[in-house]
Design a protein around this ligand. Structure first.
Ligand code: NAD
Length: 365
């Protein structure tokens, strides 16, 4: 047997997929390669008990293929729990395309990607994520029906990001109510890290409410644009985590809540749009709880986007989208008090509820 002759650390190298830490009994992982268009993509299907695996496609310049694999595994797993806790009949899936969306995304590449999605016969349904726009989904739609996040002109529900931001705003308000005793964010100091599609829309809600908003991004042009539009402040320092603030809203990429940042954090609440904010959900969830920092679980409060794209499959309209998204406020409050009652982290409390919904459906089958 191979395990008898290969030391454990070597064996890990031989277990690139099932042995990955982020592998969590995923049902299927599809590697898509097309030499002509330069497409290199990975589709992760985590769980389809509640329905087809729906989740966006991210295009990103990963440092390595390992990083891409790790990302898709973490993201697709998150989608399973996001849909479950939101009460949608969807499973969890996600796709990543390896490459720079600004320079390497061509119509040919997107069409080829769409063909790969189509080959899965609806087991995976795609949508937009970082590096993608509704126009990309419109293009994918020409080769497969298994795509959501289509533009309104083409009969879709349009860009999901504003709805995602609204849901995050609802979750943030609930976390504020829990921590500060009021959901009114006027005068609260909020740092929004990443002012892309979702971040900008969140800034709009926050500034309308009179919060004191600081923004940070790696894109200077965006910073100036958003500052001028909403009259908020650009964060000029070097270490956002160490700043005095009420609320930290991570809206760029994941894993910003980690061993390095937690000891420096002065925020009392963490509530943002980014997926997988906790680098290690068990360990870091626990440390936040010990430090009294209220963490609004990411997969719970950033579900507005999936609610929006699900409307395309279930044919419900804007009103129902808003109603479901506003309900994130109640669910977040429930989860936060549930965590306290059961003496677990907020992430664990949310996960347990999502998992119980999946188990219940499984036993019905
Ligand atoms: P986006 O690509 O439009 O915006 C991301 C922004 O983050 C960009 O402006 C980018 O310059 C900035 N950024 C990247 N690295 C940064 C860093 N180190 N520091 C500061 N800023 C940085 O993406 P988006 O659609 O706004 O999504 C933001 C996050 O929310 C992602 O993690 C995404 O997975 C998650 N999310 C998005 C949706 C949605 O509907 N778009 C839904 C659920 C979750």
């Amino acid at each position: 047997m191979i395990s008898e002759i290969v030391p454990t650390n070597e064996l890990k190298k031989l277990d690139p997929v099932f042995g990955q830490l982020s592998f969590d009994n995923h049902e299927q992982i599809v590697f898509c390669n097309d030499k002509d268009t330069g497409l290199k993509a990975i589709i992760g299907i985590h769980n389809t008990v509640l329905g087809p695996a729906l989740g966006g496609t991210r295009m990103w310049k990963y440092n390595s293929e390992w990083d891409a694999l790790n990302d898709v595994l973490r993201l697709s797993r998150g989608m399973t729990f996001k849909s479950a806790i939101t009460g949608l009949n969807l499973g969890g899936g996600k796709a990543v395309i390896i490459g720079d969306a600004k320079t390497q995304k061509t119509p040919e590449l997107m069409l080829r990607f769409g063909e790969f999605v189509h080959s899965l016969s609806g087991k995976y349904i795609t949508a937009e994520d970082v590096g993608m726009h509704t126009s990309d989904m419109d293009l994918v739609r020409t080769v497969t029906p298994y795509v959501t996040g289509i533009s309104e002109e083409k009969g879709g529900a349009g860009n999901p990001s504003p709805i995602t931001a609204y849901g995050v705003f609802m979750g943030m308000k609930a976390a504020a109510k829990y921590k500060f005793g009021t959901d009114i964010l006027e005068d609260k100091v909020v740092y929004v890290q990443g002012i892309g599609n979702v971040g900008e829309s969140l800034v709009e809600h926050l500034s309308n409410e009179g919060a004191k908003v600081y923004i940070s991004d790696i894109n200077q042009d965006r910073l100036e644009e958003v500052r001028d539009k909403y009259h908020v402040d650009i964060y000029g320092g070097k270490n956002i985590y160490a700043e005095e603030m009420d609320i930290y809203a991570p809206c760029a990429l994941g894993a910003t809540v980690n061993d390095d940042t937690i000891p420096q954090l002065k925020a009392k609440v963490i509530a943002g749009a980014a997926n997988n904010q906790l680098a290690d959900e068990q360990k870091h969830g626990k440390v936040l709880r010990e430090r009294g920092i209220v963490y609004a679980p990411d997969f719970l409060i950033n579900a507005g986007g999936i609610i929006n794209v699900y409307a395309e499959l279930e044919n419900y309209g804007k009103q129902e989208i808003i109603r479901k998204t506003e309900n994130i406020f109640n669910t977040t409050l429930e989860i936060l008090s549930n965590a306290e009652t059961n003496d677990v982290t907020t992430h664990q409390a949310a996960l347990a509820i999502a998992q119980s919904k999946i188990e219940a459906r499984k036993s019905e089958k």
